[in-house]
Design a protein. Structure first.
Length: 745
């Protein structure tokens, strides 16, 4: 609601007075106001204005829209039309409130936003629009701000007495006013972090102060740090945390080994990405005399070093996760732990927390053991190396003897690539058996209703200055799936083990609810455009149908679009102490246990499991539920930062290809334009509707299309088109395309 002063002459009528008075009373509905107080809020003091206010108050009271609580004093009538929700700001200053009380989001016109900002928890008054009969709302109170710190570009006013910070993105409809003595000496055009201090009632902009200068807008490190700052994510550790970590005793001690299961003689190795720096999981393998395989899943024992109540643990909890940006990792733990003491590096003894299984050749679990161990990694494999073993030794037969009897030491300087199965036949045999078992476990999961998301990942090749010089796609092969299956096994069995304890015990679960029916119906409408059919008659049908869809689109032009849309139909996985199972994996029990170097929930799972192995009582569920909510939220913010860094790098990559034409697929259609994803590099940009010059185009929501009024030419979701770069804006992180036309083979 506007708070502009209404200083009118005695002959002028105050515009929109009824709604203005209602807005004042609703905002402070627990207080009462007389006509003088309302006049003061409106900034009027002439007799005509006072008379208009008195008459309007009497009229509203007679219609029972307000009540007179004392002589001449009025207040709003509190009714059930007030609700709470989260404000989702739109680009033009208006927005929607997501409110549990209503199926549809509530539209908020720009003049009814009343200083709410994107993500704020708000109270709103809901009413029906007079013409359309649809629900609309007015925000009456800000319950809780989503954030107090914002990232933007500072603009120093020409008289140099003050500045404004223009906030990044299109969700903020106002800038932030900063007095010159609160700019931290930032220069015009710098990207800064500003904290919002207050918002005076009659001011158009909030007041703030600069708390960090990130550097010149557009510079690489500035923009990466800006992405982190936008989500409140740190990019360095406080000195006291680094000092604490550097003073931890990292030696492997005999007295500690004595408390653990000693598995240093078991054949053990890691398989990770070739550029990995921390190795938080390893596999051990042995053939037993009874023909069973003993397979150990060994996880870095982070909780041995990360003690509750320390500054190190507090920092790890606040971060809750490592953040994987295109050009760097922002770790949850300082490097001395993440890449050192807790990393299961080859030819080093490490403290580990293990899940050890005895498995037959049908991949059936015959026995299990959980507990703290000490292990020694014999070798480190990249996925490519393990894949070479699988592809070149498919007929290799494992011997019955224990593989630990023929272990050999391999010097660190020996390259495994291309020689793995020659220099270490026992590890090659282990990989082949593990691969065979993993395929049986995966097949069983698929039969039981798991959904196979093998979405193509976009990876950039970077030069020494972190400039993108190429794009390649990462796909999941047998070696990746081998590790995935055994990590899933450990996560599932640890969760099941604790869940079946009597009396029940508090634990941290990774849950995934069933997909929303309306989202499934929307997906069905989209994929039908490409000739795909879905069957959603039952839960089993849904999983089988989605798997068939994901398989059918492999290698097709619509693969990335369909993969993305299918993932969006799924509920969001989260952490909680309330186990509802994991729909996507088709598991009744599931937790995160296998990555404590980079995920705090895994640390919590380790602590709780050890607590129960020590026969201690159940942990406080409320305390852990709060920790789960924090972890889920930090995971969400980290994911958004990771996506923004990919978008940033895509734009940077396309800056060097502005004169080239690309074939792309229309990946989204809106009333302001179409989104196009380039097939060759997965970079996505927008063609604005105003830039399509051959006709005037209208958005057809039912057909997911833009349709020309005169030509009836149609640009529809999934169509292949030719585009070239119109503008690649690194600062705004926006990629605009020029539409050349439809692609003709």
């Amino acid at each position: 609601m506007s708070k502009k002063k209404h200083r009118k002459s005695s002959n002028n009528k105050i515009s929109n007075l009824t709604n203005t008075i209602l807005g004042i009373l609703k905002k402070d509905r627990n207080q009462s106001f007389n006509y003088k107080q309302i006049a003061a809020k409106l900034g009027v003091n002439d007799a005509s204005s006072r008379n208009q206010i008195i008459k309007t108050l009497a009229k509203l009271a007679s219609k029972e829209e307000i009540e007179q609580v004392d002589r001449g004093k009025f207040k709003a009538i509190v009714n059930t039309e007030y609700h709470t929700g989260i404000f989702d700001a739109a680009q033009r200053g208006n927005g929607y409130v997501i409110c549990d009380a209503f199926e549809d989001d509530i539209y908020i016109a720009s003049n009814n936003v009343n200083k709410a900002l994107n993500g704020d928890e708000v109270e709103l008054y809901v009413y029906k629009r007079r013409k359309q009969g649809k629900l609309e709302g007015e925000i009456t109170n800000i319950i809780k701000r989503a954030k107090s710190e914002y990232v933007g570009i500072i603009q120093i006013h020409k008289n140099k007495n003050f500045a404004f910070v223009v906030v990044d993105g299109n969700k903020m409809h106002t800038d932030i006013f900063v007095p010159i003595n609160k700019t931290l000496k930032a220069e015009d055009g710098d990207k800064v972090v500003v904290t919002m201090e207050d918002w005076p009632e009659k001011a158009d902009s909030p007041n703030g102060r600069v708390i960090k200068v990130l550097g010149k807008a557009g510079e690489h490190n500035t923009e990466i740090h800006a992405i982190l700052a936008e989500y409140g994510l740190p990019y360095e550790f406080p000195p006291e945390v680094e000092d604490y970590a550097n003073n931890i005793d990292l030696d492997i001690k005999a007295e500690e080994i004595a408390k653990r299961r000693d598995m240093r003689k078991d054949l053990t190795f890691t398989i990770d990405p070739k550029d990995a720096k921390d190795f938080d999981d390893a596999l051990s393998f042995e053939v037993l005399d009874n023909g069973l395989y003993e397979i150990g899943i060994h996880i870095a024992d982070v909780s041995h070093y990360l003690k509750e109540g320390t500054v190190l643990d507090d920092e790890a909890y606040e971060r809750a996760t490592s953040v994987y940006l295109v050009d760097r990792v922002v770790p949850m733990l300082p490097e001395i732990l993440s890449n050192g003491a807790c990393s299961l590096r080859p030819h080093e003894e490490k403290y580990t927390f293990s899940a050890v299984f005895k498995i037959n050749d049908k991949a059936e679990i015959k026995d299990q053991w959980f507990g703290r161990t000490v292990t020694y990694s014999d070798a480190r494999f990249a996925y490519e190396e393990a894949q070479a073993v699988i592809e070149n030794n498919t007929n290799f037969t494992v011997t019955e003897r224990s593989l630990s009897d023929i272990k050999t030491e391999i010097p660190e300087d020996v390259s495994l690539t291309g020689k793995t199965y020659n220099t270490q036949p026992e590890i090659a045999e282990a990989i082949l058996v593990l691969d065979r078992l993993a395929k049986k476990m995966r097949s069983k999961r698929m039969r039981e209703g798991a959904i196979s998301f093998d979405k193509v990942e976009v990876k950039f090749s970077l030069d020494e200055q972190s400039n993108p010089v190429g794009v390649h796609f990462k796909t999941s092969k047998d070696a990746n799936k081998l590790i995935e299956e055994f990590m899933l096994l450990a996560n599932r069995k640890v969760s099941e083990f604790v869940s079946k304890m009597k009396p029940p015990k508090t634990f941290v679960y990774r849950v995934h609810d069933e997909p929303d029916e309306s989202k499934l119906a929307a997906l069905q409408g989209v994929v039908a455009r490409f000739g795909h059919k879905l069957n959603f008659k039952s839960r089993d049908n849904i999983a089988a149908s989605l798997n068939k869809l994901l398989s059918d689109v492999q290698g097709q032009k619509e693969q990335n679009l369909v993969d993305t849309l299918t993932i969006r139909t799924m509920s969001k996985a989260e952490y909680t102490t309330n186990n509802i199972g994991h729909y996507g994996l088709a598991f009744d029990y599931y937790s995160h246990f296998t990555s404590p170097i980079r995920r705090y929930p895994d640390v919590m799972a380790h602590r709780l499991l050890q607590r129960y192995l020590d026969k201690e009582k159940s942990a406080n569920a409320e305390v852990y539920e709060e920790k789960c909510k924090h972890s889920s939220n930090m995971e969400y913010l980290a994911t958004k930062a990771e996506r923004d860094s990919i978008k940033y790098m895509q734009i940077k990559f396309m800056q060097d290809h502005q004169d080239e034409e690309f074939v792309g697929v229309i990946s989204g259609v809106t009333d302001w334009g179409i989104y196009v994803e380039i097939i060759s590099n997965k970079c996505e940009g927008m063609v604005r509707i105003r830039d399509i010059k051959d006709d005037h185009y209208d958005f057809d929501q039912d057909q997911f299309a833009l349709i020309g009024r005169e030509t009836k030419n149609m640009y529809q979701l999934g169509d292949e088109v030719v585009v070239k770069v119109k503008q690649a804006d690194l600062v705004k992180r926006h990629l605009d395309f020029e539409l050349i036309g439809k692609y003709e083979e």
